[in-house]
Design a protein around this ligand. Structure first.
Ligand code: SAM
Ligand code: SF4
Length: 348
């Protein structure tokens, strides 16, 4: 292990010889997803229970601490950071962190992006662009306002559409994310696709993952994307393309619309062989895999001393534990999720 790692971050000199993070399977970790809060102003039925117990605010890292952690990862080869949650834009003063991280674009960081439900986008869109954000993901599972309310429990469809308008006006490129839900939005997919492509947005569909206790039966919600793709192919010509965004989606071009459609298939197709990601929570816990329970506590190392040497040692140790792949299996007999924590803890 490299013990000559110096301190980094705004208040400290840059790491002179920080080595990249290579896991035991030879994969370089270059992508950090940061869940800046586990809280959210929606309660999507596949993501959360209606009455969630959130982390006490005192357990949260400050935005300055999150910035310091992100800087440590950038020094170790992370070139892409995605802010997520919970809903990242409901974290108080979140734009402070966005601005701090935005300043690192071009100095190690290539891209800063976020995944949002869009509810707060209209008031933040311009500032996001100003901070250096160029692309964002917005989650929209249906275009029907009543169904939208049903699936998000608390969401206002019109507000999200306003957010999308504002973001496009500000110059942000948008990718829509839709979780594919059996008997909920499967029949609506062609419409969602035409809407997204008509507005110059890519669309990515995601298989539901069994994470955290929810009220619904996950096996009732699950729709394999192979089925969705076959259905879409009755109306559209889908051509496989090599397009990559650094995430796990596999893309096709839709000949009729000229737009791109991505498939994220953790359940039917394991995408782990090319995994370049780790996930940091708002309490400083690092998950080396979305679909496993193992994690490393970086908060203790972060707070132990202002010198980042301990932190880098903790990161090194964590990376040696990055597993080969996830293990999502729904415990059908007991309807128990494969991973106990909700998606909002690690941000998807
Ligand atoms: N609140 C933001 C949003 O909804 O975009 C960011 C966090 S959310 C957890 C990130 C993504 O995970 C969203 O696109 C959401 O639809 C997806 N998601 C949440 N729970 C999921 C689950 N159990 N399986 C698959 N995707 C899920
Ligand atoms: Fe909130 Fe996003 Fe989860 Fe929906 S998917 S409840 S918007 S964190």
């Amino acid at each position: 292990m490299n013990t000559r790692v110096g301190t980094i971050g705004t208040a400290s000199p840059l790491v002179a010889d920080a080595h990249p993070m290579i896991d035991p399977f030879g994969r370089a970790v270059t992508y950090l997803r940061v869940s800046v809060t586990d809280r959210c102003d929606f309660r999507c039925t596949y993501c959360m229970a209606e009455n969630m117990t959130f982390l006490p605010k005192k357990d949260l890292l400050t935005l300055e601490e999150l910035d310091r952690l992100c800087s440590a990862f950038i020094a170790r080869g992370v070139s892409k950071i995605r802010l997520t949650g919970g809903e990242p834009l409901v974290r108080k003063n979140i734009m402070y962190l966005v601005r701090q991280l935005g300043q690192k674009i071009g100095s190690g960081l290539d891209e800063l992006t976020l995944t949002t439900n869009g509810s707060q986008l209209s008031r933040h869109a311009e500032e996001l662009y100003d901070c250096g954000v160029r692309r964002i993901n917005v989650s929209v599972d249906t275009l029907d306002p009543d169904k939208f309310r049903k699936i998000t429990r608390w969401g206002d469809f019109a507000k999200v559409m306003e957010g999308i308008d504002a973001a496009q006006k500000a110059g942000l490129k948008i990718k829509l994310n839709a979780v594919a839900l059996k008997d909920f939005n499967d029949a609506e997919m062609p419409e969602l696709l035409r809407f997204a492509h008509g507005r110059g947005m890519d669309l990515t569909v995601i298989e539901t993952m069994p994470m955290g206790e929810i009220e619904e039966d996950r096996t009732d919600q699950y729709l394999p994307l192979s089925k969705l793709r076959a259905d879409l192919e009755e109306q559209f010509t889908l051509a496989d393309i090599d397009y990559q965004t650094g995430g796990p989606a596999r893309y096709v071009r839709v000949e009729e619309t000229g737009g791109r459609l991505g498939f994220i298939t953790p359940m039917t197709h394991n995408f782990c062989e090319s995994c370049n990601r780790v996930r940091l929570t708002c309490t400083g816990t690092l998950y080396m895999c979305l679909g496993q329970n193992d994690a490393a506590d970086l908060r203790a190392a972060l707070r132990a001393t202002e010198d980042d040497a301990l932190l880098h040692a903790a990161i090194d140790e964590a990376i040696t534990r990055k597993p080969k792949g996830h293990d999502f299996i729904i415990d059908r007999k007991h309807n128990r999720p494969a991973v106990a924590r909700h998606m909002s803890v690690t941000g998807g």
